[in-house]
Design a protein around this ligand. Structure first.
Ligand SMILES: [Fe+2]
Length: 334
C-alpha cells in the first residue's frame, strides 16, 4: 500500500502535477559533473563578462525555450533506432541554439555536448554487456544523450554548473525534455525510464520510490555518467590542469589537508558529500569514493581497467589519513 502510494506520488510528479519551483524534489544534489570547471562567484559566475552580454544571453535563451520541437504526432509506442535518431536530431538542434561560451580554458557548452554523446555510447555499451533487450539498449542510449539536457540552459542562465548556486540540473533537464515533446512517440513506460533517469542521475543517492521499470535505468545513467567524468578528470590530471580549475571554480585550497569528515564518510563506505569538500585532497578522495556508488559489475571492471583510481591515489598529498582512506577504497574496489 505504501509502495503504491509512493509510486502514485512519483507518477504525479512525472506528470508535472506536484512539480514546481516551490515544491522541488528533495535530495542532496551532486554537483559532480564538471561543477569544478565553472566559476562560482556571487555575480552569477561570469566575472569577465559585462552585464550587458549576460542580458543578451538570457534573452537568447528565452527564445530557445520558446522554440518547442515540432514533433510529428506519430504514436508508434516503440523505442527503436528510428526514434533514437529523431531524439539525436532534436538534441543537436537544441544544443546548437545555445551560444558558445568560452571561459579561460574551453567552451563549457561544448564540453557538455561531447560528454552527452560519450555517455550515450557508454550507456549503450553497458546495456549491451548487461544483456538488455534491443528496446532497452536504445532507451539507455537515449537516456545517456539526454541526461544532462538541463546543463545548457543552466550554464547560459547562471554561468555555472554548480547546482547549489543555480538550479538542480537533473530537474531542469527533466523539464526541458518533457516540455520538448520529443518523447511523445514513446510508451509511458519508456518515457518514465528516461525522465526518471534524468531527474535522479545527479542526486547523491537514489531516492526511494523510483518506478520499478525505471530503476535499472537510473542505476545505469549514474554509472555511465561517472565513467565519463573519470575520463575528464584523467585528462585534467594528465594536463596538470585540475588544481588550477578547482581553485578557479570552487575556491578550493589545493594545498589544504583532507577533511576528517570526508575521510569518515569513506570509512563508512559512503561517497564524500559536497559540503565536506574543502581541499584538493577532499576532491580527489570524493572522486575515488564513487566506487561505493557503482551499480553494475561491468562499470566497476571498466573503472579498474582504466587505472583511474591509482591515478587519483597518486595525486593525493603525502598525508597519512588521506593515504589510508585511499588504500581502503582501492581494496574495496578490488
Ligand atoms: Fe549531470
Amino acid at each position: 500500500m505504501i509502495v503504491e502510494e509512493t509510486n502514485d506520488l512519483l507518477r504525479s510528479k512525472l506528470r508535472g502535477i506536484k512539480f514546481s519551483p516551490l515544491n522541488p524534489p528533495k535530495g542532496d544534489f551532486n554537483t559532480l559533473p564538471f561543477a569544478f570547471l565553472a566559476p562560482l562567484r556571487g555575480d552569477g559566475g561570469l566575472p569577465h563578462r559585462e552585464r550587458e552580454s549576460q542580458i543578451q544571453l538570457r534573452s537568447k535563451h528565452r527564445g530557445i525555450q520558446g522554440q518547442k520541437f515540432q514533433e510529428r504526432q506519430e504514436h508508434s509506442f516503440s523505442m527503436n533506432s528510428e526514434t533514437l535518431h529523431h531524439i539525436q536530431t532534436w538534441f543537436t538542434r537544441y544544443v546548437n541554439g545555445f551560444p558558445e561560451d568560452t571561459l579561460s580554458f574551453e567552451s563549457m557548452i561544448n564540453i557538455k555536448v561531447v560528454h552527452s554523446r560519450i555517455v550515450e555510447e557508454i550507456c549503450r555499451s553497458l546495456a549491451e554487456e548487461l544483456g538488455w533487450s534491443r528496446e532497452d539498449i536504445v532507451t539507455a542510449s537515449a537516456l545517456g544523450l539526454l541526461h544532462d539536457a538541463g546543463r545548457f540552459s543552466q550554464f547560459t542562465e547562471y554561468g555555472t554548473f554548480s547546482d547549489a548556486d543555480s538550479v538542480d540540473h537533473g530537474r531542469r533537464g527533466y523539464e526541458v525534455v518533457k516540455e520538448s515533446g520529443i518523447l511523445s512517440r514513446c510508451s509511458e513506460t519508456v518515457q518514465n525510464k528516461i525522465l526518471e533517469g534524468i531527474l535522479f542521475h545527479n542526486l547523491r543517492t537514489i531516492p526511494p520510490g523510483v518506478l520499478p521499470d525505471s530503476l535499472p535505468f537510473v542505476k545505469l545513467i549514474r554509472d555511465g555518467d561517472k565513467l565519463d567524468i573519470y575520463r575528464i578528470i584523467r585528462e585534467r590530471i594528465e594536463n596538470n590542469q585540475l588544481g588550477d580549475h578547482l581553485k578557479e571554480a570552487l575556491f578550493i585550497r589545493a594545498e589544504g589537508p583532507a577533511n576528517p569528515l570526508a575521510i569518515g564518510e569513506i570509512w563508512n563506505r559512503e561517497t564524500v558529500s559536497n559540503e565536506n569538500l574543502f581541499s584538493m585532497a577532499d576532491f580527489t578522495l570524493m572522486q575515488m569514493s564513487w566506487v561505493f556508488d557503482i551499480n553494475y559489475p561491468p562499470t566497476l571492471r571498466r573503472i579498474r581497467e582504466s587505472g583511474i583510481l591509482n591515478i587519483l591515489a597518486c595525486a593525493l598529498p603525502d598525508e597519512k589519513e588521506a593515504k589510508e582512506a585511499a588504500d581502503f577504497i582501492l581494496k574495496q574496489a578490488g
